[in-house]
Ligand binder design. Structure first.
Ligand code: UN1
Length: 493
């Protein structure tokens, strides 16, 4: 399999001729190769996008939306095939891969609806015979940079609103997962999107991503990935006065109060901590439990972890797949060693899986630490693997304070049956997403997705909020009085 660039409606190898191997994390096999592009390829894509965007912006938005409806239908038709390919390049279990493709389908139909909305405001003017309104206008060429953990869903959160709003896109997907990008580009072409409106350039972050960020004809960058890279992008965009939307890490917690339904809490924790092998920015990596139920919760979590089947995600019975690559395995393992050094107690896991069945893939045992304190690094830093830390507290106030004490603010969850606890948590948890009696993952596409503090920079993906990233507001005043009327002065006072 090959994943070449998609520029101006054509498949092209990188201009340098370079390519990178794509590895299936479940078994270490090379499944194909992707173009390893340079600034020249980015430039070609931006040129094509810039030319195409001018025409695309003139297509009525409801017509633009018709392309998205067709994209949604094609994604739906190919859901199973896409899900299998997704599992092969990324490793997540097939059921989750289907869910991820579904997220793209949902986004297509939802954003297509925006073709007939894209609402602005009309508002009275302070002057006679004058009309005032605000409308959304496209920004031009949008640069999108996405991670490997959601190779298609995150791209849909960003490209669909950009395209329905009349922009053209240059997308630099993660090099680990180029095939979902290839499939999405092919679907756009089949759905009748004019050439040049959606372009894909594969490559590594510093070279291809860097060139996209720096390109003078790309006024907006939308990035999902690590905090470190996000900061570098923000610095560059700040210097270039570009609009930049950043969606970065999380250190998401599930709070379990002493009145919680523990069976439900365990289900929520296991799903959100070990689903996608913990490689979601929304993954639960902390459990903040009321001390009265701590022993019982630990006992039940241990029991539940032992039932998790680990292996190749294409096997329907497997619940936890591999992590993305060797480097990720080593990072996870370093954090686990650090947790032990810091004095946390390892309840279960804490090692990579090396038996025959796992030998060639990248597998880490689901890991639980307990007696973790809020100042330990394993309780503060994003590990991005199947590792969860249990911290105990004596009250709701303390639980909320511990939740809020980290540098991130993406998602949080509380299990309780007390309505007062619920409303306090809804008010005081400092995260962009709050769940009540559910784990920390599972955001739906029609709500804003993003977080506070180190998780982002105030923008949101998905939902109508995403349109704010990909449009400028234009305020328009129409004076039909036939004379000069000066605002704030000729108001007749
Ligand atoms: C991510 O991990 O970057 O809420 C996205 C969720 C998914 C999206 C996660 N719908 O867990």
């Amino acid at each position: 399999m090959k994943a070449w660039n998609f520029i101006d409606g054509e498949w092209k190898a990188a201009s340098s001729g370079q390519r990178a191997s794509v590895i299936n994390p479940a078994n270490g096999e090379v499944i194909g190769e992707a173009a390893l592009s340079t600034a020249a390829d980015i430039d070609a894509a931006v040129k094509a996008a810039k030319a195409a965007q001018k025409q695309w912006a003139l297509v009525p938005a409801p017509k633009r939306a018709e392309v998205l409806y067709r994209v949604g239908s094609l994604l739906k038709e190919r859901k199973e095939q896409l899900a299998r390919l997704l599992t092969m390049e990324m490793g997540k279990v097939i059921e989750e891969a289907r869910g991820e493709v579904q997220e793209g389908i949902d986004m297509a139909f939802y954003m297509a609806g925006e073709g007939r909305r894209l609402f602005g405001d009309t508002t009275p003017s302070e002057l006679k015979d004058k009309f005032a309104m605000s409308v959304r206008v496209p920004v031009g060429v949008v640069g999108i940079i996405t991670p490997w953990n959601f190779p298609i869903a995150i791209a849909t959160w960003k490209s669909f609103p950009a395209i329905v709003a009349g922009n053209a896109v240059v997308w630099k997907p993660a090099l680990e997962t180029p095939f979902m990008a290839r499939e999405l580009a092919a679907i756009f072409a089949e759905a009748g999107l004019p050439r040049g409106v959606f372009n894909v350039v594969h490559g590594d972050g510093p070279t291809a991503g860097g060139a996209l960020v720096e390109h003078p004809d790309v006024p907006v960058i939308s990035f999902t990935g690590s905090n470190d890279v996000g900061r570098q992008i923000a610095e560059k965009c700040g210097r270039l006065l570009k609009k930049v939307s950043l969606e970065m890490g999380g250190k998401n917690a599930v709070i379990v109060m002493d009145d919680a339904d523990l069976t439900l809490a365990v289900d929520g924790i296991i799903w959100s901590a070990f689903g996608t092998s913990g490689q979601r920015c929304t993954a639960c990596s902390r459990v903040i439990v009321h001390e009265r139920v701590k022993p019982e919760l630990e006992r039940r979590l241990l029991e539940a972890v032992k039932t998790l089947t680990i292996g190749n995600g294409l096997d329907e019975t497997v619940k936890v797949g591999p992590v993305i690559h060797e480097e990720a395995l080593q990072k996870i393992d370093r954090y686990v060693r650090l947790g032990v050094e810091e004095g946390a107690k390892l309840l279960i896991g804490g090692h990579r899986l090396r038996d025959d069945a796992y030998a060639r893939g990248f597998y880490y045992a689901p890991t639980i630490f307990t007696d973790v304190t809020p100042s330990m690094r394993i309780a503060r830093e994003e590990i991005f693997g199947p590792v969860v830390s249990i911290l105990s507290v004596g009250s709701l106030e303390e639980a909320i304070a511990v939740n809020n004490s980290v540098d991130y603010g993406l998602s949080s969850a509380i299990f309780t049956r007390d309505v007062n606890n619920v409303f306090r948590a809804m008010r005081d948890l400092d995260t962009g997403i709050v769940y009540v009696n559910a784990g920390t993952t599972g955001a739906e596409i029609h709500l804003p997705f993003g977080g506070t503090k180190g998780t982002g920079n105030g923008h949101r993906d998905s939902g109508v909020a995403a349109l704010d990233v990909f449009t400028e507001w234009r305020s328009i005043y129409v004076d039909f009085s036939g004379k000069l009327q000066r605002a704030q002065i000729d108001t007749g006072d």
